[in-house]
Ligand binder design. Structure first.
Ligand code: XBP
Ligand code: MG
Length: 247
């Protein structure tokens, strides 16, 4: 049973995009609309429990007293403005890839492993961001938030990615950063590696197949299949983990 594809999450996994990216763009949208709201780093970390920027906005506006229909309508308007600001941040090169992410993509490609993306994020920024950081057409399949009826932790994004790849779950492996993302991957019956970040480190990842805190020189935080020691998350490690989870 060979590893034929790896499906990557984007925000927080391949890219450091939340704290100084999406959060800043949401605040610029509030300011442009003349709204009194501001999401500081701590509040935003809590709001990340709601996947999808538009859904996150609707939830927050409802918490500020707007009736659900008005909150949903206002959220859609603000989300479009936020994505315009986020694209400006992307164009300005403000959002770095996580250290070691590009090297992993290169190594997987060298080993003939196909690359795909399954993200909750909006296609409008996902494609320019990935192209800018990793090169055009780097990913054979990109599934974005608009491509699925339900967002993570629903497995739809991963199921659509597998379908477009023409593969089944046992052919592939997912790389995530968060609990909703891990749950989506596992619900799609994918082997799941979690690379936590400073916003997602306090989640319960006991159901994951390998948990580290980085792509290179990682601390191994959960290793039920005994893959450690490992100097980096490279193709050989992911292939070994995939084989162990399908032994
Ligand atoms: C993380 C998300 C996204 C981003 C904001 O997606 O939940 O909603 O926070 O992007 P990922 P949008 O699955 O890549 O971790 O505002 O475009 O939703
Ligand atoms: Mg993520």
């Amino acid at each position: 049973m060979a590893l034929r594809a790896v499906i990557f999450d984007v925000d927080g996994t391949l890219v450091e995009s939340e704290r100084h990216g999406h959060r800043v763009a949401f605040n610029r949208a509030f300011a442009e609309a003349g709204l009194p709201y501001r999401w500081d780093q701590e509040l935003y970390g809590e709001l990340l429990a709601i996947t999808g920027g538009r859904e996150r906005l609707a939830h927050y506006l409802a918490s500020q007293g707007l009736a659900a229909p008005e909150a949903a309508a206002r959220a859609a308007e603000l989300h479009a403005v936020k994505n315009r600001h986020f694209l400006e941040l992307v164009a300005g090169g403000a959002l770095p890839a996580r250290p070691g992410a590009a090297a992993l993509l290169d190594d997987l490609a060298r080993h003939g492993v196909r690359l795909a993306v399954a993200t909750t994020g909006s296609r409008a920024w996902v494609e320019p961001l990935l192209a800018g950081l990793f090169g055009h057409d780097r990913f054979e399949v990109i599934v974005a938030g608009e491509d699925v009826p339900a967002k993570k932790p629903d497995p739809a994004a991963y199921l659509v990615a597998l379908e477009r790849l023409g593969l089944i779950a046992s052919d592939a492996l997912a790389v995530e950063d968060s609990v909703p993302g891990m749950k989506a991957a596992l619900a799609a019956e994918l082997t799941c590696v979690v690379v936590i970040n400073d916003y997602t480190s306090d989640g319960d990842y006991s159901a994951a197949d390998l948990v580290t805190d980085a792509f290179e020189a990682p601390r191994v935080l959960h290793d039920p299949f005994g893959i450690a020691p490992l100097e980096r998350l490279d193709a050989a490690v992911l292939m070994r983990l995939h084989a162990a989870t399908h032994a």
